[in-house]
Ligand binder design. Structure first.
Ligand SMILES: Nc1ncnc2c1ncn2[C@@H]1O[C@H](COP(=O)(O)OP(=O)(O)OP(=O)(O)O)[C@@H](O)[C@H]1O
Ligand SMILES: [Mg+2]
Length: 244
């Protein structure tokens, strides 16, 4: 039987038609400052609330900075770290000390981990591989090590535009891909999210607006992004959309 896990992100589970499949691996991809790290905190906390131990593998931020960040958003990550339900591991990013996965794997064996976060796969790639080919192999190796656990990894994308985004190697390797970005309309940016794929699971296909506020990311599955509505209306009415 398929078990769907709640993401901990308001509005997101209904886009997944219930939640993410237990044991699947998901990639959360987007440009800088689009809420990727924040969403991973919510995912871990949601598991911890249900007594599912979580493991967070950080490449980019220090553990205390990640916790302070969660504190500032009133995401109770620290509480579950103190209670030892969530474990955070900082992987070294120095060339002198190439990190291995022995520490995360020890934690996984010890703690019967259910949810795993990797923030971020892009940095993982810089550290563990030298070219696209070896990156693909390293990611596949990592995914096979994480098999059976529900994994949420973040990845950087340089493309702000959804239409111009060209799929990256890692998007082909994961079971599911979620895109987050910002759309500009005149002088305003709007945050949007869409699910690009999930193997073996139905999901909604639209582009949905979301906000980052106290508690983290909040998705609005019943709304459409205002920036796209007026863009489409302009096209329908024959008005030229100004290139900027
Ligand atoms: N306390 C807060 N209240 C509202 N919005 C916030 C708050 N803290 C951060 N943000 C918003 O969240 C954004 C950053 O989110 P996050 O750190 O998750 O991005 P990211 O996608 O992981 O970025 P990067 O790729 O650079 O790591 C900020 O740019 C800011 O707009
Ligand atoms: Mg981040």
């Amino acid at each position: 039987m398929v078990t769907l896990l709640k993401t901990g992100v308001e509005g997101l589970d209904s886009i997944f038609k219930g939640g993410v499949r237990e044991g699947s691996n998901l990639l959360l991809i987007g440009p800088p400052g689009t809420g990727k790290s924040i969403l991973t905190m919510q995912f871990l906390v949601e598991g911890a609330k249900n007594k599912e131990p979580g493991l967070c593998i950080l490449y980019e931020s220090e553990i205390e900075d990640y916790l302070l960040y969660a504190d500032s958003l009133k995401i109770p990550l620290r509480k579950y770290v103190d209670a030892k339900i969530i474990t955070i591991i900082k992987q070294s990013t120095t060339v002198q000390k190439i990190p291995t996965f022995s520490t995360p794997l020890e934690q996984i064996k010890k703690g019967k981990v259910t949810r795993i976060v990797l923030d971020s796969l892009t940095m993982f790639g810089y550290i563990h591989s030298e070219n696209t080919k070896s990156f693909r192999f390293e990611v596949l190796k990592f995914l096979s090590l994480m098999k059976g656990y529900t994994l949420l990894a973040t990845a950087e994308s340089a493309d702000l535009s959804i239409d111009k985004h060209s799929a990256k190697t890692e998007e082909f390797l994961f079971d599911g891909v979620i895109h987050v970005t910002k759309i500009r309309q005149e002088s305003t940016f709007e945050r949007v999210l869409n699910i690009t794929k999930i193997r073996g699971q139905q999901h909604l296909l639209n582009i949905y607006p979301f906000f980052i506020e106290e508690g983290g990311v909040h998705v609005y599955p019943d709304q459409l992004p205002f920036a796209l509505i007026s863009h489409d209306e302009n096209i329908r009415s024959g008005k030229k959309v100004q290139k900027k």
